[in-house]
Design a protein around this ligand. Structure first.
Ligand SMILES: NC(=O)c1ccc[n+]([C@@H]2O[C@H](COP(=O)([O-])OP(=O)(O)OC[C@H]3O[C@@H](n4cnc5c(N)ncnc54)[C@H](O)[C@@H]3O)[C@@H](O)[C@H]2O)c1
Ligand SMILES: [Zn+2]
Ligand SMILES: [Zn+2]
Length: 395
């Protein structure tokens, strides 16, 4: 089959690789019909997440048709399914309390060494996300093997086309959990850093949860425009002092909740960020947390801090004092995708959530490297790229 492979920092290519096979009775094989490029893939593309190997197949947002099932799979051939990016067994302690992204059984023991050292505990398995999370082949391919297919995938009805349901795999539940982690109350003013797909879905979710005011922060005019269309007020951080503006917009008290939908590759020319960019380039001090630091200073005393943005290693000059002295609540994590699938699918079906507005480009799988390049370098207009393995490559 054909698959998009990681070959080195900012080097990806579509190669012919062996077809996946059933290796466990609970597996299923999916023929991919749609798969998206995520902001998390950019961290791999940029080489800032360790434990990638040349030839690894990327992609953790995918859906398709079941073409083969192991004897213990509950799926049936021909069903259309969306696959959560988190690989979860359904039976361990964490899965049973719906903390699916903390599954203890999905990352093979021999692969766990690095995350256990870094985090104190090994990470769960994630599709296409380095050998720290199990080294699973991802879904930016013609086919994928899905372990624990009796737990993760959700069967979607035929009348909903791929574009409406694909984002159940990651960014839609991620935006939802980000808003849930901000514990939004009806009078709350919520500020969201980053108007990429995750930020936009967090904005949409915060409004659905009844936030009185949502303020979106980014520097790309088109992405800020999408945030305004959802009902947010906006701040361009290149033109405006973010903290000052937020103080003004919150009656001088600070915003009630902040959501960092930027993660470890924060843009901008704040002094700390410029120093962090240099350190990240040479591999000392991994994470650029400029947006998060700004959020911690902008949130009010007793405020709520939600961090869907991905961080991988260590962060320098983290304002822990602000967290303590202001009595902040901090919640974060890889999304427990399986927890949200049924409810969010129902919201898509009844029309209360639209997921398609942020798709800017649909490309054949063969053009995935172009998709990565533009999603990285032209973020303003390339808001979300969906790859279609069945689509013919353009001449
Ligand atoms: N927790 C999870 O399970 C989960 C799931 C999916 C994605 N993520 C993470 O969420 C983050 C966002 O993902 P995405 O797909 O939206 O990515 P993206 O790269 O498309 O968007 C990031 C946005 O942040 C903006 N930004 C950069 N620096 C900023 C700053 N200092 N202030 C304000 N905005 C700034 C960028 O301009 C960009 O629009 C990434 O870190 C990704 O890895 C986490
Ligand atoms: Zn993703
Ligand atoms: Zn589990």
């Amino acid at each position: 089959m054909r698959a998009l492979t990681w070959q080195g920092t900012q080097k990806v290519s579509v190669e012919t690789v062996p077809d996946p096979e059933i290796v466990n009775p609970r597996d299923a094989i999916i023929r991919i019909t749609s798969t998206a490029i995520c902001g998390s893939d950019l961290h791999l593309y940029d080489g800032v997440i360790p434990a990638m190997r040349p030839g690894d197949i990327l992609g953790h947002e995918f859906m398709g048709e079941v073409v083969e099932t192991g004897s213990d799979s509950t799926l049936q051939k021909g069903q259309r399914v969306v696959v959560p990016f988190t690989i979860s067994c359904g039976g361990c302690f964490h899965c049973r309390i719906t903390q699916f992204s903390a599954c203890e059984n999905s990352n093979p023991v021999e692969k766990q060494d690095m995350s256990e050292k870094l985090y104190g505990h090994p990470m769960a398995g994630i599709f296409g996300y380095s050998h720290m999370t199990g080294g699973y082949s991802g879904g930016q391919a013609e086919y994928a093997r899905v372990p624990f297919s009796d737990v993760g995938p959700i069967v979607v009805p035929d009348h909903l086309d791929d574009d409406t349901v694909l984002f159940l795999s990651d960014i839609l539940p991620t935006g939802w959990m980000a808003a849930e982690n901000a514990e939004i109350q009806p009078d709350d003013t919520v500020a969201v850093w980053g108007c990429g797909p995750v930020g936009l879905f967090a904005i949409q979710s915060a409004i659905a949860m009844g936030a009185a005011k949502v303020i979106a922060i980014d520097h790309y005019p088109h992405r800020l425009e999408l945030a305004r269309k959802l009902g947010a007020e906006t701040i361009n951080f290149r033109l405006t002092d973010v903290r000052e503006a937020l103080m003004e917009m919150s009656g001088g008290i600070g915003v009630d909740a902040v959501i960092d939908a930027v993660g470890m590759e924060s843009h901008g020319f704040a002094v700390d960020n410029v120093i962090d960019i240099a350190k990240q380039k040479v591999g000392i001090g991994a994470d650029r947390a400029s947006a998060l630091k700004q959020a911690l200073l902008a949130v009010r005393f007793g405020g709520k801090v939600s961090v869907p943005g991905v961080y991988g290693g260590m962060t320098d000059k983290f304002p822990l004092g602000a967290v303590m002295e202001k009595g902040l609540q901090l919640r974060t994590g890889q999304t427990h995708v399986q927890r949200y699938l049924k409810d969010l699918l129902a919201k898509i079906e009844d029309g209360s959530i639209d997921t398609t507005f942020l798709i800017s480009h649909r490309l054949p799988l063969e053009e995935a490297p172009t998709g990565y390049k533009h999603f990285k370098e032209e973020q303003d207009s390339w808001t979300k790229v969906v790859l279609k393995p069945g689509m013919a490559a353009s001449a």
